[in-house]
Design a binder for this molecule. Sequence first.
Ligand code: FES
Length: 96
Amino acid sequence: MHEISQKLYKAVVLVCENRRDDGRKSCGVTEPGLRIAIKEAMKSAGLSVRVLSTSCMDHCKDGPTVSFMPMDVMFGDVHIDDVPELVTKMNVYLSS
Ligand code: FES
């Protein structure tokens, strides 16, 4: 194993896309398409961020969930209508 320098992006956005078919709440079922909407909006805003799909982040009842790293901040009940606000928040974090 060896370390790889991660200098390509200033931040990573984790979007829970966990899907359960047993009736329990899961982010990927509640708001499909959220990750793609965030990815396109961040790219359009020219932000140096990587938007990745993740599985359950253990906040299912608050989902759909999105996390900004390394800011270590999480957002719950995120819907596609919230994407512009996420872009604004990311801009603030990256400029501070
Ligand atoms: S299913 Fe998304 S946080 Fe658990």
